[in-house]
Write a protein that binds this ligand. Structure first.
Ligand code: SAM
Length: 268
């Protein structure tokens, strides 16, 4: 039995290893890595995607938290001059240290589901570096990322990701593609940072704040949830009906509220 099969999957690291060759191939085709591209894989695990990414001739950095996987990955890939392994936590990784040109880095990963949301936020703070991202996530999370206003999936994650990126829900993957199988369905999502933001906010942090406050109590009206930040008059002056609930507002309306808050802060 090879060492590959001796590693026992660890729950605390969110380890569900892909083993379905058809699914692996479909993901690699969606990513379509090419010679010379700068790629970053988060959580390579035992290398299910790594091998195909390297065979394209791309220059690949990988970040893996589990120290026990380091020798397994090095044995397979360290001989390839395009491969660089960083052992550590992707949530703390400094993406600027890779020296990639702006708008060049292609990020991929079958992500540990427990860190997927904070990791996406961490990556969005470095959106200027990134050309695109392909992730395997819990299907419900992909549905939230790709949602539009008006339904229960529309919330902080959808809005902050769509502020920065175009989102494509590519396809779903059942539990049987993994070892061990997770309890949930999964899906592949593509996130492409906008070249020009469609709805730029004056201050991005104020947008985060307004969205967080608004969705803290998603059943209440905006007039109610935002009252510590904006008066009813200020909400109306932003062209927003304060009697609506947050899930009824689109991204542009949230940006108008954040810009109203910025104006108010400048005046005060
Ligand atoms: N890419 C492999 C595959 O598709 O078979 C493994 C996917 S597994 C769902 C998630 C991987 O992320 C595991 O190898 C796990 O050890 C690693 N991981 C977990 N938390 C991490 C973190 N904070 N930073 C980097 N890697 C992490």
């Amino acid at each position: 039995m090879s060492e590959h099969y001796q590693h026992r999957a660890r729950k605390r690291f969110g380890q569900n290893f892909l083993h379905d060759a058809g699914v692996i191939d479909r993901i690699l085709r969606a990513i379509h890595a090419r010679q010379g591209e700068r790629m970053l894989e988060i959580g390579p695990g035992q290398g299910a995607l790594t091998e195909g990414l390297l065979s394209s001739g791309a220059q690949l950095d990988v970040v893996e938290l589990d120290k026990d996987l380091v020798p397994i990955l090095n044995r397979q890939f360290a001989g390839n001059e395009n491969f660089r392994l960083h052992q550590g936590d992707a949530l703390k990784f400094d993406f600027n240290s890779l020296g990639a040109a702006p708008n060049s880095l292609r990020v991929v990963g079958n992500l540990p589901y427990n860190i997927s949301t904070p990791l996406i936020f961490h990556l969005l703070h470095n959106a200027a570096l990134i050309r695109d991202m392909h992730f395997m996530l819990q299907k419900e999370v992909v549905e939230r990322l790709a949602a539009g206003p008006g339904g229960g999936d529309w919330g902080r994650l959808s809005i902050m990701v769509q502020y920065h990126c175009r989102v494509e829900h590519l396809f779903n993957v059942g539990p049987g593609a993994f070892n061990p199988p997770p309890k949930v369905d999964s899906a592949i999502v593509r996130l492409v940072p906008h070249d020009v933001l469609p709805h730029p906010a004056k201050d991005h942090r104020l947008l985060e704040r307004v969205v967080r406050e608004a969705f803290n109590q998603r059943r209440k009206t905006l007039r109610n949830t935002l009252k510590a930040l904006l008066s009813s008059d200020a909400i109306a002056a932003a062209g927003v009906d304060g009697s609506l609930r947050p899930e009824q507002l689109d991204l542009a309306a949230f940006v108008r509220l954040a810009d109203k808050l910025a104006e108010q802060n400048d005046a005060g």
